[in-house]
Design a protein around this ligand. Structure first.
Ligand code: OOB
Length: 577
């Protein structure tokens, strides 16, 4: 299919899974509209990198400052990506194949992502914190052919986990390791030697001899924060994601002089695309990878690398705000800090600019698509009290009540959205799609928001059953299912409780089986940890109760549990019973 041809030349219902794409996509008339409006430019990531490398080969694209400073010019990155793509291809990985990627903020992460994007193979972005339960699920559900890991990270050896996952996942043919490979393959052995002569020719004169992706095809699978027992996968295309990048760049003022510090895990949608390291790459700027987010690690890098822009979640923004006035490091290069991923209180937001000596922008986004920013020319009060307005004039926003009726102007309601970079359905999830999207293709975000007369959104609460632990999203159902497997547990309900630092923490209410030995909170936490899940999912608090409060229809009332846990906390409007 040529890029100019429609994405889905069919009148089938939006929720039907499209063969070859495995997810519903934009109906023809929308795809045509988004192209005609110039949002979808018909570019691919591989092509963009090639063009930037040709336009300014010697500019620095990437810096990995630790443990020894490594840099990549645009030309070096482009050539390296070619060699890696050729090496993956030689090992039988091809267009459409899924590759689970679990690397911390190291240069190899960027190289592998760009190599897979150039080939049309789909990265599946696991997080460094994920453990065996999550990884095994991602590998089997996506029928991944390869899994890319560090040898060790934050005291955890990823190789043994990879061995176990490989044994139980028939599709998984390769494990590539950054560092000491053990029984697996070192990533450093993958790149194919391409002579400079050929490489230069391939890079700048002729198209790469690979069956690369078309702009309307899938680029990768991003993880959803999720409300269900297992995370859903978010299929993003080259066209749609690239629009969110250059749209973000225009709003944030990203250009070739931008020096962006990747503080949050690089696989998260926020540091990747809002405007993130991919936005900076699009603009020809420089991304610098920060190995850890604490001020003691990040501030010296800000000083040394003359960082101009970064993105933080609210708890980190608090820590930076406290640390900046007393640091000995020169942070004067910082021009703009974006804060998002969870609600940032107006009080905390007011303190950021004076402390860090830079501008603030709030961002309210989601891996499913829609991203809102406050604007550089917004008045200061709007910047601290709202979560911004959408990137695109064609981002459609609806605020509805519980019955699905539009709420009056100024009132708050459930946020529904549809637009040129918001997905029309999750990957291989037709049943979930039937409820997560409206008949006419609006995504039900699960957020409760209000709109100001200027069109800015204010996040007032959440209707979805999710815990937002300082930007890390937890699906209570996933944790409940784990705790239910404990032989002494009769029932469990996991809820959010307010926390001054993280915004929210998780609390598990546990009902024990009649006659079961009493348990300690620590043993419930140990049990969850031992099942092999990301540490942030282990409940912060555990309380034992005799029964749960019930709703009228006999369901556990999470609302009552939440207010029992925090009588002083304002309940989220329209929170589900
Ligand atoms: C970002 O993406 P996700 O997919 O991890 O989480 C999305 C959810 C939103 O639906 C909302 O519930 C919450 O995170 N959220 C915020 C927020 N930003 C995100 N809630 C209140 N205030 C905010 N500023 O978190 C994400 C993706 C791209 C850019 C920024 C964040």
């Amino acid at each position: 299919m040529s890029p100019a041809e429609p994405v889905q030349a069919t009148t089938e219902p939006v929720h039907a899974t499209t063969p070859g794409i495995d997810a519903p996509t934009w109906p023809v008339e929308f795809a045509e509209r988004y192209r005609a409006a110039g949002y979808w430019r018909g570019e691919t990531f591989g092509g963009v990198l090639r063009e930037r490398a040709a336009a300014h080969p010697d500019r620095i694209a990437l810096v990995d400052p630790a443990p020894e400073r490594r840099t990549w010019t645009y030309r070096e990155l482009d050539e390296r990506v070619d060699r890696l793509a050729a090496g993956f291809t030689a090992r039988g990985i091809s267009k459409g194949d899924r590759v689970v990627l679990q690397l911390p903020n190291v240069g190899e992460f960027i190289e592998v992502v760009l190599a897979l994007l150039r080939m049309g193979a789909l990265p599946v972005y696991a997080l460094p914190a994920h453990r065996e339960t999550e990884i095994a699920y991602f590998c089997s559900f996506t029928e991944a052919v390869a899994y890319v890991i560090p040898d060790q990270h934050a005291g955890f050896d990823h190789r043994a986990l990879a061995t176990r996952v490989k044994e139980r996942t028939p599709s998984l043919r390769h494990v590539f390791v950054v560092g000491e490979p053990g029984e697996h393959t070192a990533l450093s052995e993958v790149p194919c030697a391409v002579s400079r002569e050929v490489s230069r020719k391939v890079s700048y004169e002729t198209p790469l001899p690979l069956a690369g992706p078309e702009p309307h095809e899938l680029a990768f699978l991003q993880l959803s924060g999720g409300t269900t027992g297992v995370p859903k996968l978010i299929p993003r295309t080259h066209d749609d994601y690239l629009y969110s990048l250059w749209g973000s760049n225009e709003i944030c003022g990203v250009d070739a002089d931008t020096r962006f510090l990747v503080v949050l895990p690089a696989a998260h949608n926020f540091p990747m695309s809002s405007p993130g390291w991919l936005g900076v790459l699009y603009a020809g700027g420089t991304s610098v990878l920060c190995p850890r987010p604490d001020p003691a690690t990040a501030f010296p890098i800000v000083e040394r690398e003359r960082i101009t822009m970064t993105g933080l979640v609210p708890p980190l923004a608090l820590v930076w705000t406290e640390a900046a006035p007393v640091t000995g490091h020169d942070l004067s290069s910082l021009d703009l800090v974006l804060v998002g991923g969870a609600k940032y209180s107006a009080e905390a937001a007011r303190r950021l600019s004076p402390a860090l000596g830079c501008r603030l922008m709030q961002v309210f986004g989601m891996a499913e698509g829609l991203v809102n920013y406050t604007r550089l020319d917004d008045d200061p009060e709007t910047v601290v009290t709202t979560q911004g307005r959408p990137i695109s004039p064609d981002d459609e926003i609806r605020l509805v009540d519980d019955a699905g009726q539009d709420v009056p102007e100024g009132g708050f309601g459930h946020l529904l959205t549809r637009g040129p970079y918001t997905i029309r359905g999750y990957w291989r999830a037709p049943e979930h799609n039937a409820t997560a999207f409206t008949e006419d293709g609006f995504y039900r975000t699960g957020d409760i928001v209000r709109r100001t007369p200027s069109g800015h959104l204010v996040v007032e609460g959440r209707a979805k059953d999710q815990i937002n632990r300082g930007g890390e999203k937890i699906a209570p159902e996933e944790v409940e299912n784990i705790i239910l497997a404990h032989p002494s547990v009769h029932d469990v309900s996991v809820v959010a409780v307010p926390d001054a630092y993280l915004g929210e923490r998780s609390l598990a209410y546990v009902v024990l089986r009649a006659g079961a030995e009493p348990l300690k909170p620590a043993s419930v936490k140990r049990f969850v940890r031992a099942r092999g899940v990301a540490a942030y999912k282990v409940p912060d608090l555990v309380e034992f109760v005799d029964t749960f409060p019930q709703t009228g229809i006999g369901k556990v009332s999470k609302k009552t549990l939440r207010s029992a846990a925090a009588p002083a906390a304002p309940a989220a409007p329209a929170a589900p019973a």
